[in-house]
Design a protein around this ligand. Structure first.
Ligand SMILES: NC(=O)c1ccc[n+]([C@@H]2O[C@H](COP(=O)([O-])OP(=O)(O)OC[C@H]3O[C@@H](n4cnc5c(N)ncnc54)[C@H](OP(=O)(O)O)[C@@H]3O)[C@@H](O)[C@H]2O)c1
Length: 415
């Protein structure tokens, strides 16, 4: 998004001389140099793309300057951390549900967009002294396609949400919105049909009931969040993972998810086998306990098996398509088991329910602070002023690879 906030940006070539000012870096707690050009212009860098394609082909690192004069609603931000989510890569590839606008407002030679939907920034300056945010506050984007893969940004105060940073690491704050938000909204909203008298609407799984849900992609950011919320809210989960490179590594991952609160963790091979029906019955008290909700992150055969595992009147919510395979559904599941299939997109939810989003964000932040919610394993990528463009773009390109040890995340240091 290179929209209104950039009216305060002045696209200048990077000034030759860098004047450093000391300021405190909340990540390292060490004093680092803030780069500013002559006349107080902030020197900034952003990953940009001007056409869709593979990230390693189309992403460029662009240097520009930000004017010190801010309009009354504008806020100058410095990035602290920003994850590389699958949706960000799909946005660059042009396969995502929405596209940022392409503009030349930061002085790119061709109209470009900055990818990155999620991240945390520190407020450096505000255009108005009575602004609801102050220097030193931490904020996250309130709008989709904010463009977080950049060292600095100027945003309208309405486009950010202040978070209580106390006790939070920047990497935690940077990853609270999208994956935990998706798991939270799905578990709070979707569930089995509420009966003909309720026009076949849905009722979410009941808190404290021990009702089951099942999910594939269980070790993803969303999957791990669903396991933890499920546990916190008294629900039970069956979790499908892909085998690791050795049985020991698979066991290790199962243990990790069980430690987060998973009730059952099964491998995809087991899940796709003929024996799964009997194994599922064993888990669910000889099949007497029905599964009311399925969360589909993967698609393809895994999604079909997920649908077959559901009880009568259950709902399957597709929120991801990691296998890049369509979802094929036996028609009998629709007719005889009355299973409903819906899709979920967090961006739409956030747009339609900003108040609910704020409550959700507070809940997630509080849960992390209270030690009730663990962040995903991360693969930190340091982004300093001197970091080469190729280092950053290669990390983005890796983002869609399977079997990763952790989610890629840019951690901004001396920028
Ligand atoms: N609809 C929404 O609003 C919304 C919101 C958030 C996320 N999402 C979507 O949810 C999905 C997961 O996102 P995330 O950020 O949670 O993921 P993530 O933490 O980056 O993890 C990726 C997951 O995908 C699995 N995976 C990768 N390639 C796969 C393949 N070919 N077949 C099966 N599984 C594969 C990985 O399993 P391994 O470890 O076995 O490789 C891992 O569980 C993405 O499709 C994302 O776009 C949607």
């Amino acid at each position: 998004m290179l929209g209104r906030p950039y009216l305060a940006l002045c696209a200048l070539p990077r000034a030759g001389r860098i004047v450093g000012r000391l300021f405190s870096n909340p990540l390292s707690q060490h004093a680092v140099r803030r780069r500013s050009g002559p006349y107080g212009y902030t020197q900034a860098k952003a990953l940009v793309f001007s056409q869709n394609g593979e990230p390693s082909d189309v992403l460029k690192l662009h240097t520009h300057s930000i004017s010190p004069s801010l309009s009354s609603k504008a806020v100058l931000l410095r990035a602290l951390a920003a994850p590389i989510n699958p949706a960000d890569i799909n946005t660059v590839q042009g396969t995502y549900g929405s596209q940022p606008s392409f503009t030349s407002l930061i002085g790119t030679s061709t109209p470009s967009a900055i990818p990155g939907n999620e991240g945390v920034f520190e407020v450096l300056a505000t255009g108005d002294p009575s602004s609801p945010v102050r220097k030193g506050d931490w904020v996250i984007p309130a709008v989709a396609q904010f463009g977080t893969w950049r060292t600095h940004a100027v945003a309208d105060v309405d486009e950010i949400i202040k978070i209580n940073k106390e006790g939070l690491k920047a990497t935690q704050a940077a990853t609270i919105s999208i994956n935990p938000g998706t798991a939270y909204r799905i578990l709070r909203t979707y569930g089995p049909n509420a009966g003909i008298s309720k026009a076949l609407g849905m009722r979410p799984l009941e808190v404290g009931s021990g009702q089951w849900f099942i999910q594939n992609g269980a070790n993803s950011g969303v999957g791990r969040a669903a396991i933890q919320f499920g546990k916190l809210w008294g629900l039970r989960s069956i979790n499908v993972i892909r085998e690791r490179s050795s049985p020991e590594a698979t066991e290790e991952l199962k243990k990790e998810l069980t430690g987060l609160g998973a009730d059952a963790v099964v491998t995809e091979t087991q899940f796709l086998s003929r024996e799964w029906k009997d194994q599922l019955a064993e888990i669910t008290n000889k099949g007497r306990e029905q599964i009311g909700l399925g969360l589909n992150c993967v698609g393809g055969k895994s999604a079909t098996a997920l649908a077959r595992s559901l009880g009568e009147g259950a709902t399957m919510v597709s929120y991801g398509g990691m296998a890049r395979q369509p979802v094929a559904l036996p028609v009998g599941l629709l007719i005889f088991k009355d299973i409903r299939f819906v899709g979920f997109w967090l961006s739409r939810w956030n747009q339609q329910d900003p108040t609910g989003r704020r409550h959700m964000t507070d809940y997630i932040v509080d849960s992390i602070r209270e030690g009730k919610f663990q962040d995903v394993p991360l693969d930190e990528v340091a982004w300093n002023w001197e970091t080469e463009a190729s280092t950053l773009t290669e990390e983005v390109q890796k983002g869609l690879q399977g079997f990763r040890k952790g989610k890629g995340i840019f951690v901004f240091g001396d920028t």
